[in-house]
Ligand binder design. Sequence first.
Ligand SMILES: [Ca+2]
Length: 296
Amino acid sequence: MYKNVLLVLAPGLTLDSISEYGLYKNRKYNACAFLTLGEFMLLRNMLCGGFLDYLQDAVMWFSSGGTKSVLHYDAVDNINCLFEGSKELFMVDKKEHKHIDIDHEGSFSGVDVEKVDLHKYPGLKDVPWYNATMEAGDCLFIPYKWFHHVRSTASDRKRNMAVNIWFAHLYRFDEEDCSRRGDLPDFEPLSKYEFTATAEQIRSMLLEAFELEEKDSISTEDLETLSFDGAPFEVDMGYKLDIFETLDINKDFVVTVDEVYQVPTEHLVELFPDFAPDGPNGDEEDEEEPHGHDEF
Ligand SMILES: [Ca+2]
């Protein structure tokens, strides 16, 4: 067993980041991921309400323990299920963002999580935080944009293994979808579903940019101050107007939450053709610090 090596299995990724350990060389491992998806289950709470259209990625994390992540957030919701070993999480509500200095690209903080420099990161002194300890058999929901840092410990069998699912943030739970589907099984294999949430993540970004969580509609006057965090390019005023026009389906110069939901996914992708799904931010290993941030 390799000490403290984290093996990450996910559809479409390569193993470049751990090739230095001599485990694999630039190998794609889709076949392995397909096996994985057939063997792992989507829990009942995700089987209706809209989540099935929002699935973005499923990842298996496998190590011999002793791994830790940086303090970071993901722009997607996350359910992590632990099969072996234990995990300890430090989590901070997204509304406390003023306390957390995200000073690295990829939504993570450069703070040394084991030796916190309170001169450099003074906000961490006062930030309210939650602690969660996961044991094998536990699943934990990590809300999108919540800051978190994870450390993993091996079981007696010297293993730590977890699978997580990222899905775009669902602003509205579709109760009718649940009524339509009727009785649901306790779980379904992940291989049954497609991970195609890119367009839904664009929708999620737009809802957030328009602050439609707090209000029902926006007008063109509101556009000036909006910023599009997560957009693959700088969104200038001209492009904001283009976006507005696409979303204003009934052309009454107001964009409502309903309209953002009605816009077909292909139009969303046309607006942001280079939009890359927000994956394991701060989770991939960094060459400078190979054991630094290697978890979700
Ligand atoms: Ca409208």
